[in-house]
Design a protein around this ligand. Structure first.
Ligand code: IMP
Length: 469
């Protein structure tokens, strides 16, 4: 049995807490995409652990697997493992031999290309994610298995590094150093391979996981980022370069779609919206310099800015990896309808309703109004509209999305209460207005609520249903 955890929005929905909570009943927690661009905080026995690559289950004595769909920076991997060991833990982490390796030139090129792209820049985390997936698709990547085979490693580097060096120097006119030096890379990455072998960390991911499932163990598949920054289903080009959607869980682990499809797919939703990076955001409140397109602080409404700052501070909306302030906005239902369909959610976990507590009213973007002047040329499908002007789901291009204006629906706010007590007492202890809000979301998505996050700690979660029980 598998339980797949998927972000329903733009990343940072609080997946880590849910993985951590449901992961209790799992024997193995596997990531299926992304790399050290993710950031999750796990609180265990009063200790806080910030991880970007190692699956959070590894903090709790679960086997943590980085699937073949991941891109792995061995430097980050070993730093995180060593830091956990220094704190007295003994994480059991396995890495797919088919996973691709992030090399220093990928990181260098990520920075160079972002600078060059200007308005089209995705505001990446600078971890080399995009360039590594590019090389994977271009069939010039280095895989984890190659690190264990010095001849294969040397051959791959000798082919690819001169191309990367020429790209940096001749196309982008940048100086290159050790990050583009074949001998230095070979020595360092062969050593990483030796350590992976010594610690018996590499696996054939699909077989490894299938054997555990056949032995009746429970496997959790942990998605990073979120549906709207999925390379296929997200707001291209302001996306990450992998598939956080549930389909990614099968190709990114080697488990068959029927295996993943027989399990649960839990969509993680944050009760409002937050985003790091550029691109449109129809329900945005206020704006963030350098991220919100055409943001003009002088022209911004003071009330909205105040509301945005309140939500940002209450929700700690600053990037785990980069520390950047995140853009915030009201919940976006067309985005969620799109996510529910693309992922086939069997259940929902809705987080952070405590962050909105204390507001007089809470709004959601129920649908979009499309700029009718440009509507016909935009070619959006009738199926997306409830009538001529109202869109119930996201249009397929980001330019069309940028022309959407959210039609807001208003809910009465709810008071700040003792959320720890609410978590203990259960769903009915959630303030009535908050339940009305939650049930609206569940009804619109025709998906039951499995859990409600009422605070940052894993104890501060109201569990309605545990997926594999
Ligand atoms: P990359 O994944 O570093 O290439 O960044 C591409 C886009 O995805 C940027 O807009 C990032 O801000 C966004 N992104 C990447 N990882 C995360 C995450 O874990 N949470 C939220 N946004 C992310």
């Amino acid at each position: 049995m598998t339980v797949t955890i998927v972000g329903a929005q733009l990343g940072d929905e609080g997946k880590g807490g849910v993985v951590d909570l449901y992961g209790d009943t799992a024997d193995v927690v596997a990531r299926y995409q992304g790399g050290d661009n993710a950031g999750h905080t796990v609180v265990h026995d009063g200790e806080e652990y910030k991880l970007s690559l190692v699956p959070s289950g590894a903090v709790r004595d679960k086997v943590g697997v980085l699937g073949n769909g991941c891109v792995v920076n061995p430097e980050t991997l070993f730093e995180e493992i060593d830091a956990l060991r220094e704190r007295g833990l003994d994480p059991d982490v396995r890495v797919a031999e088919r996973a691709h390796v992030i090399l220093p030139y990928h990181r260098a090129l990520d920075g160079i290309e972002e600078e060059e792209k200007d308005d089209l820049a995705a505001g990446t985390t600078g971890r080399g994610i995009g360039p590594t997936y590019e090389d994977k698709a271009g069939r010039r990547g280095v895989r984890i298995g190659d690190l264990l085979d010095p001849d294969a490693l040397r051959e791959r580097l000798e082919y690819v590094v001169p191309q990367k060096k020429a790209l940096a120097e001749k196309v982008f006119e940048k100086e290159t150093g050790e990050a583009f030096d074949i001998d230095a890379l070979y020595d360092t990455y062969r050593e990483f391979g030796e350590r992976l072998a010594e610690e018996n960390m590499t696996v054939d991911c699909g077989s490894f996981l299938q054997e555990r499932i056949d032995a009746d163990e429970s496997v959790m598949l942990e998605g990073a980022q979120g549906t709207s920054i999925d390379i296929d289903h997200g707001i291209y080009p302001y996306v990450t370069s992998s598939n956080p959607t549930a389909g990614g869980a099968t190709v990114g682990t080697g488990l068959g779609p029927t295996v993943v499809g027989q399990g649960e797919v839990v969509g993680i939703i944050k009760a409002y919206l937050s985003r790091v990076g550029t691109g449109p955001l129809p329900t945005e409140l206020g704006g963030v310099e350098g991220q919100t397109p055409d943001y003009d602080p002088a022209g911004a409404s003071a009330d909205e800015e105040e509301l945005a700052t309140y939500i940002r501070d209450e929700g700690g909306e600053y990037g785990t990896v980069t520390g950047r302030p995140r853009r915030v906005g009201w919940l976006d239902m067309p985005m969620l309808r799109h996510a529910a369909r693309a992922n086939g959610f069997t259940g929902l976990a809705i987080n952070h309703i405590d962050v909105l507590a204390g507001l007089d009213e809470v709004k959601v973007g129920h649908s979009y109004e499309f700029d009718t002047a440009e509507q016909s040329s935009a070619g959006t499908q009738n199926a997306m509209r409830s009538d001529d002007d109202e869109l119930l789901t996201m249009p397929p291009t980001t330019e069309q999305w940028g022309r959407c204006e959210a039609t807001l629906k208003t809910f009465d706010g709810w008071a700040d209460v003792d959320w720890a007590a609410v978590a203990e007492e259960g769903y009915d202890a959630i303030p009535e207005n908050a339940r009305t809000y939650l049930e609206y979301v569940s009804d619109e998505l025709e998906t039951p609520i499995y859990a409600v996050g009422v605070g940052p700690g894993r104890e501060e979660t109201v569990i309605v249903e545990t997926p594999d029980e």
